[in-house]
Design a protein around this ligand. Structure first.
Ligand code: HEC
Length: 417
């Protein structure tokens, strides 16, 4: 009579819905809930139980959630690859028959409360439609991009603590890269084309698109950690670079950008954005090569977030910090880069990097027919160039000593050449 009891005791316990609910909220329901970008609902226990075989397969094969970084880097706030432990728990629930009570609560993604003093809403001018099919332009690497210039009309500098993209278009927009422009360049570019926006990238001179962050699929809201803000100069225009995917029919673009603004007297640390990148890449048809970009940090910095940038020819990207004492650490790794899922990665906690640290990004660039994302078949000789980097990683950081902010900003400007 003892034996069955022992057998029972050695069976792994099937987790309950309450055990998996927070994981589902964070890792699935952000996209698979009404209004989300996933193709069906998975926020209720019954939805997920009904699709448990398929869901288990995509979780086991690490296809879902589609967040890009591997487990091999720093911890990303709220998301990032599933931890091994969370994956085990989810799979055990699926494999145990996905049990739930009839009154099970749905998995609702956390809505963080903002401490914004005010918000500013900037609507996208209507009149541009995402075309039914791709149009290839001479700027090969900027095709399927539309940039909108949205004047803020601020007569003093503003401290931006969060940015949100609202749009009814859920499956044709990949990423929205935002930056601030006080030079008038982007307004001029916008005025030169008849329909809303313009077809070039959102870089302004040598300032990169995405300097204020990149809003990705399932992450249409970027919230900076408490106590940090981007400063945008007076009379700024918000440059909004939208990457899209043609879906076989014309999709008129409507939407808006909302800024959370801190009170001018709030005690916040100002961020600026520098980039570790490769500014030009030449590859013959069929060539695959490693490229490296690097930069040395002049002062102690706290990094709060990073925004990757990569094109169709990038297969993988790894970011390493080499500190002056000889140690090194992988900060971020994209083992299978896909620009579709690009977004700003906010770190779970700010990372201190010391003066003299060399940040190195290692890029695997593939212009062969084996690259499933190559724009050309058969492959063609390529020359890609962008002052702000064809491929690389933007760092959103503040000096460890806040009084060093002007010197930091000066270095950021000069590092752009
Ligand atoms: C960032 C948004 C996002 C998150 C987070 C996400 N999904 Fe998805 N999911 C999608 C999208 C978009 C698709 C449609 C396929 C595509 O575009 O690649 C999809 C497709 C799927 C499919 C169908 C797969 C197929 O090949 O058609 C399943 C099953 C699925 N997701 C389960 C999950 C589960 C389980 C989680 C949580 C562990 C999850 N997803 C998290 C966006 C997301």
């Amino acid at each position: 009579m003892l034996l069955p009891v022992l057998l029972l005791a050695s069976q792994p316990e099937v987790p309950t819905w309450e055990d998996v609910r927070p994981i589902v909220a964070r890792q699935c329901a952000v996209c698979h809930a009404p209004g989300g970008e996933g193709p069906f609902r998975l926020d209720r226990a019954s939805d997920l139980a009904a699709r448990r075989t398929f869901a288990a397969a995509v979780v086991r094969d690490e296809i879902m959630p589609p967040w890009l970084p591997s487990h091999n880097g720093l911890e990303i706030q709220g998301r990032g690859a599933l931890s091994d432990e969370d994956r085990k728990t989810l799979l055990a629930w699926f494999e145990g028959g996905a049990p739930y009570e009839t009154d099970a609560k749905p998995a609702v993604p956390l809505q963080t409360i903002l401490n914004a003093d005010q918000t500013i809403v900037l609507p996208i001018e209507e009149g541009f439609s995402i075309p039914a099919e791709s149009t290839v332009t001479i700027h090969t690497h900027t095709h399927n991009v539309r940039t909108f210039a949205l004047p803020v009309v601020n007569d003093e500098p503003l401290l931006v603590t969060g940015i949100r993209w609202d749009s009814p278009i859920v499956n044709a927009v990949h990423s929205v890269a935002v930056s601030a422009d006080a030079t008038g360049q982007s307004d001029l570019a916008d005025s030169l084309e008849e329909s809303a926006g313009y077809h070039m990238s959102g870089d302004v001179l040598r300032r990169p698109a995405g300097g204020l962050g990149v809003l990705g699929v399932g992450a249409r809201k970027l919230e900076l950690p408490e106590g940090f803000a981007f400063e945008i100069p007076e009379a700024s225009t918000l440059v909004t670079e939208m990457s899209y995917r043609p879906t076989g029919r014309d999709v008129p673009v409507t939407g808006s950008l909302t800024l959370d603004i801190a009170h001018p007297e709030d005690d916040v640390r100002k961020l600026d954005t520098f980039i570790v990148m490769k500014p030009w890449i030449k590859l013959d048809a069929g060539e695959r090569r490693k490229e490296i970009g690097d930069i040395e940090i002049p002062m102690d910095l706290d990094v709060v977030a990073m925004s990757p940038r990569g094109d169709h020819f990038l297969r993988s990207m790894r970011l390493i910090a080499h500190d002056p004492d000889g140690g090194s650490q992988v900060l971020l790794e994209y083992p299978d880069w896909d620009m579709h899922w690009r977004q700003t990665e906010v770190l779970a906690k700010p990372l201190r990097i010391k003066a003299g640290t060399r940040l190195e990004v290692i890029l695997d660039i593939d212009n062969s027919d084996d690259n499933p994302r190559n724009l050309f078949y058969p492959a063609e000789d390529l020359i890609l160039g962008r002052f702000t980097g064809v491929d690389g990683i933007l760092f959103h950081a503040a000096p460890a000593d806040p009084s060093q902010y002007p010197a930091f900003s000066e270095w950021v400007d000069s590092s752009r050449g």
